[in-house]
Design a protein around this ligand. Structure first.
Ligand code: CU
Length: 327
């Protein structure tokens, strides 16, 4: 009898464990009706000049960075991929657990075969139990470094910090190369590279920065003063900045002159409020910080500083990436 009781106990223990681990957290806000959000993405090569230097980029819908996926917790995300890249691709939703839909994780040769050139493929998954700041990117060869990426935001109807900010702003940081990343990878994998990672030509905030065209190779098409990203704040308003590092290799220190930041989210998980002056952010990481526009009306520089200790010596001349916060 005792043995039966024990095995029954173990059985129920496993049932409870299974429910606790596998079943999604319910949405507490009962007013919210989950929706299906459809995104039509054409992956294609386009000639652009985000920092004034003209080059061919691989893009989503011809945009650099790609369009924003913005949904609510509980929603369904449908990504219709039309591959016009001239080479195979696959799109990975970075940060999504893909619970119950591992075949839509977008990792070639693990989750799926690549999407051949000139083929269509639909990713279709729900986000029943996830919130926060994420991103999507090509997971085939070096395509994301050449531009196939964009933000993926899951709003939370139960956001515990909802009352703490007035508006949200996405801030994407990335190192930026003027040479096609496939070419850079080939060079990197030769003995001559001595294992030193390719040094970026520039860095971008939301796909923008200036570039000193005197550093561009002769014969290249380049225009100075392409322009910095601008963020229009209103004095005394509070902003939730969703910061995403979509770099190939670079980690950054992120800051805004004369403004404190309060971290509230890391990689889709809420954190305790934590006041800081600068935020270290590594490749693929995401943080949300609350910034209060509590300074006199003026322009303030937003900075993403390359963490050069981890980079080859040639990175020493890389400038601080800047954007303008104005109010
Ligand atoms: Cu990723």
């Amino acid at each position: 009898n005792n043995i039966i009781m024990t095995s029954r106990g173990i059985f129920f223990f496993y049932i409870i464990l299974w429910v606790a681990i596998v079943s999604p957290t319910p949405i507490l806000n009962r007013d919210y009706e989950p929706k299906t959000n459809i995104f039509d993405f054409t992956i294609e090569k386009v000639t652009l000049a985000p920092d004034g230097f003209t080059r061919q980029l691989s893009t989503v819908n011809g945009q650099y960075p790609g369009p924003t996926i913005e949904v609510n917790k509980g929603d369904r995300i449908v990504m219709n991929i039309n591959n016009k890249l001239g080479e195979p691709t696959a799109i990975h939703a970075h940060g999504m657990l893909q619970r119950g839909t591992p075949w839509f994780d977008g990792v070639p040769w693990m989750a799926q075969c690549v999407i051949p050139d000139d083929y269509e493929f639909t990713y279709n998954f729900t986000v029943p139990d996830q919130v926060g700041t994420h991103w999507y990117h090509a997971h085939e060869t070096m395509q994301y470094v050449d531009g196939v990426f964009g933000p993926l935001i899951i709003h939370d109807p139960d956001d515990p910090y909802k009352a703490e900010y007035d508006e949200e702003i996405i801030v994407m940081l990335n190192d930026y190369h003027h040479t096609n990343a496939q070419v850079l990878l080939k060079q990197f994998l030769t003995p001559e590279s001595k294992g030193e990672e390719p040094v970026p030509d520039n860095g971008l905030i939301n796909g923008k920065n200036n570039f000193d065209c005197s550093k561009a190779p002769p014969g290249s098409k380049c225009a100075d003063n392409a322009g910095l990203a601008r963020f229009e704040f209103v004095q005394n308003k509070k902003y939730r900045l969703r910061i995403i590092n979509t770099s190939a290799f670079s980690a950054f220190f992120f800051s805004i002159d004369k403004h404190e930041m309060e971290v509230i989210e890391a990689d889709g998980e809420y954190t305790k409020r934590n006041k800081i002056h600068r935020l270290p952010i590594n490749v693929a990481q995401r943080y949300s910080v609350i910034v209060t526009a509590n300074q006199p009306v003026d322009n303030y520089i937003m900075r993403a500083e390359f963490q050069k200790t981890c980079m080859p010596d040639a990175a020493a001349s890389l400038p601080i990436i800047k954007a303008v916060v104005h109010y």
